[in-house]
Design a protein around this ligand. Structure first.
Ligand SMILES: O=C1O[C@H](COP(=O)(O)O)[C@@H](O)[C@H](O)[C@H]1O
Length: 275
């Protein structure tokens, strides 16, 4: 079954075009380049923060790692966007982490701290990195316990989950063919990769409770996988990003022109989201 649901709305002055997939509550923004993508992502971050604080008095956000969000993070630490975020009411969490010490250059929290968290008015108590313990399993258990305490036992619901897309279809640390893809009960899990890396990730049921999920996808190297995730046959074991469909929230894909090069969305049928 395809979903011919697209509404092209034309390219705006900021170099970003929006396409809406109405029935999925899914929006696709196409940015001219990485710079426009980063600016739009930072604007969306600020908008979601203000909306959440107006409605619920606080803004709970999950950050992603990798390289794609770096410039968005930097923009959030500078004028004019810095002034638009109600930092006093923000609580910062992570969707995934590499099992490395906090000072390691591969550490997702380190990147975010350097790019923006150290430069905006947040107290250390508002920052909730995934802990580094004796094992990835222990780190995952500890983060789950921290979430349990923070959310007073209720299932975690984040206002905004920032996610990336790996060129192999992974998102957060939900990698193709790993057992965590089938996790139904745990909120946080360790992940062992074939190359020996260990990761910690929030699980699909938690990510899908988010009020808004925002994927950032940039560059030529992501064109094939973005096309497969959005327009290919559903195959979440191979393309875990297809598992992300917020149950009661909205899903936003923000891609730059290079990453969106193979998309044919404007021409009609989409298989993404079919059951
Ligand atoms: O390993 C990871 O990669 C993904 C994608 O990163 P990107 O820089 O290629 O967009 C990222 O979202 C995830 O948090 C990270 O741990």
């Amino acid at each position: 079954m395809g979903l011919p649901l697209l509404q092209g709305e034309g390219r705006g002055e900021d170099g970003v075009k929006e396409v809406s997939l109405r029935e999925l509550n899914c929006h696709l923004y196409l940015a001219d380049d990485y710079s426009a993508l980063s600016r739009r992502a930072a604007e969306l971050f600020a908008e979601e923060a203000r909306t959440a604080v107006a409605k619920r008095g606080r803004f709970l956000v999950l950050l992603s790692g990798g390289e794609t969000p770096r410039h968005c993070y930097e923009l959030l630490s500078r004028k004019p966007l810095r002034a638009l975020v109600p930092w006093h009411a923000a609580e910062i969490f992570w969707g995934d982490e590499r099992f490395v010490p906090p000072g390691d250059p591969r550490n997702n929290a380190r990147m975010a701290r350097e790019a923006f968290l150290d430069h905006v008015p947040l107290s250390e108590g508002q920052i909730h990195p995934i802990p580094f313990r004796n094992s990835a399993h222990e780190s995952a258990e500890q983060y789950q316990a921290q979430l349990l305490e923070f959310f007073a036992g209720a299932p975690p619901r984040f206002d905004l989950a920032l996610l990336g897309l790996g060129d192999n279809g992974h998102t957060a640390s939900l990698f193709p063919g790993t057992p965590v893809l089938d996790e139904k009960y745990r909120w946080v899990s360790e992940v062992a990769l074939e190359d020996g890396q260990q990761r910690i990730t929030l699980t699909v049921p938690v990510l899908n409770q988010s009020a808004t999920v925002l994927f950032l996808v940039s560059g030529e190297g992501k064109a094939q996988v973005l096309h497969e995730v959005l327009e290919g046959t559903p195959n979440p074991q191979r393309l875990p990003a297809q598992l992300i469909r917020p149950e009661h929230g909205k899903l936003i894909w923000l891609a730059d022109r290079e990453a969106a090069r193979m998309l044919t969305l404007q021409e009609g049928e989409l298989s993404y989201g079919t059951k």
